[in-house]
Design a protein around this ligand. Structure first.
Ligand SMILES: *[C@@H]1O[C@H](CO)[C@@H](O)[C@H](O)[C@H]1NC(C)=O
Ligand SMILES: *[C@@H]1O[C@H](CO)[C@@H](O)[C@H](O)[C@H]1NC(C)=O
Ligand SMILES: *[C@@H]1O[C@H](CO)[C@@H](O)[C@H](O)[C@H]1NC(C)=O
Ligand SMILES: *[C@@H]1O[C@H](CO)[C@@H](O)[C@H](O)[C@H]1NC(C)=O
Ligand SMILES: *[C@@H]1O[C@H](CO)[C@@H](O)[C@H](O)[C@H]1NC(C)=O
Length: 346
């Protein structure tokens, strides 16, 4: 090998290294996260483009860690963080109402995901056809969403001391709290049939017996049964009516909503009574009357409390932080080409 070819090799090598350095520096860091983070998998920035329902919450400190023990998950709400955000969250309500817009004019950084978020049933999500080919992920109560944000969930519990006591002092057979009463709701038909068979105490805006949030659980606790009737019947749509009103109130929930199988995967065994278990509302009413008179059988609907406790979701920050728990399981590339179909054909 002569001196000249060695010189050429050095030159080529130098050029190659320079080009590589230039290339890496020029590429956005999101494309080569490994060069920039030693622990990239856990460091996720979630940008809340606007707060759902305008309900602004504090993001000072390490919110996800401090409140929910979720590590290395940064929540931000300044638009200036857009270029460095891994996920940008858009809550559906404001988009369909038109009070907020998608930043479609901004160049979307490589690897950034746009998330569509809604906790409403499909009937209340509006027409989503205009959102074709925009979003990379969904955040919803649905189990098949990319990030599932249920209204409540079970956690293992220490056995509770005195179970019996919590179910004493029942003065009403069946209670219902309803503010949005609509004749076309399936639940309205069932209520009308049921009240012809057993007494139903109705509270809420519709009955002109509104309950303050302080009065809600004490009132429900005086009822044997609580009508945890959803306003829409949709896959996985099980709301705080079950998790909070009924379970926390200490009344046995009578549920109307998705099929029994949807309840069985999230709710404890023998903790609720599904309207579909009965051939008719008449049969349901008769069963409730018998059950309320049979202390032992009634108490069996609370046995689950020996093994489980209910966790009702916290505020919006908890849902946002949950994105980080799923972040590493998200598909590398995904686009919802027809969000309307995903939402409506659940
Ligand atoms: C990565 O981050 C996690 C959570 O913050 C931490 O427990 C772990 O030690 C980190 N690993 C490395 C290699 O830095
Ligand atoms: C995650 O990012 C924050 C600030 O963005 C930094 O302070 C922290 O050290 C990072 N954690 C890891 C595990 O890299
Ligand atoms: C039941 O009612 C009695 C009398 O009103 C009261 O002293 C007691 O604390 C109540 N028990 C529960 C569990 O609410
Ligand atoms: C749930 O109910 C079924 C049938 O009644 C029973 O076999 C099963 O052991 C129960 N599971 C739990 C976790 O209690
Ligand atoms: C997100 O969706 C956009 C728009 O369809 C697409 O260009 C981009 O590649 C997607 N990103 C990921 C990470 O899936």
């Amino acid at each position: 090998m002569d001196v000249r070819s060695i010189k050429n090799q050095i030159l080529y090598c130098t050029l190659f290294v320079l080009l590589l350095l230039f290339y890496c520096g020029w590429m956005k860091r999101a494309e080569f996260p490994i060069f920039y983070y030693s622990n990239s998998t856990w460091n996720v920035t979630i940008l809340i483009w606007y707060w759902p329902f305008g309900d602004t919450l504090s993001l000072t400190g390490d919110v996800c860690w401090d409140l929910y023990k979720i590590p290395s998950c940064r929540l931000v709400d300044q638009h200036s963080s857009f270029p460095s955000a891994d996920v940008v969250v858009f809550h559906n309500r404001e988009l369909i109402e038109g009070s907020q817009k998608l930043p479609t004019d901004l160049p979307r950084p490589q690897g950034q995901r746009w998330a569509w978020m809604s906790l409403e049933s499909p009937a209340h999500n509006g027409n989503l056809q205009k959102f074709a080919n925009i979003f990379n992920m969904t955040i919803s109560y649905r189990r098949d969403a990319d990030v599932t944000t249920p209204y409540g969930q079970l956690l293992p519990a220490e056995p509770e001391g005195n179970l019996e006591d919590s179910h004493m002092n029942k003065t009403s057979l069946v209670c219902w709290v309803v503010s949005n009463y609509m004749n076309h709701h399936k639940r309205t038909q069932v209520y009308n049939e049921l009240k012809a068979i057993v007494p139903v105490d109705v509270y809420g805006r519709w009955s002109q017996k509104p309950l303050s949030s302080d009065d809600l659980l004490p009132t429900i606790s005086r009822c044997y049964f609580y009508l945890a009737f959803e306003n829409s019947v949709a896959k996985d749509y099980i709301t705080e009516k079950l998790w909070y009103n009924a379970y926390k109130g200490g009344a046995v929930p009578i549920v109307l909503g998705p099929p029994i199988s949807d309840y069985n995967v999230v709710a404890p065994n023998h903790s609720f009574i599904h309207v579909d278990e009965f051939a008719s509302v008449q049969k349901l009413g008769e069963y409730l009357q018998r059950l309320a008179e049979d202390r032992k059988q009634y108490e069996e609907y609370f046995n689950w409390k020996k093994h489980w406790k209910v966790k009702v979701h916290g505020d919006w920050r908890e849902y946002m932080c949950k994105i980080c728990l799923q972040y590493n399981n998200l598909p590398q590339h995904k686009v919802y080409s027809d969000l309307e179909a995903w939402d409506k054909n659940a």
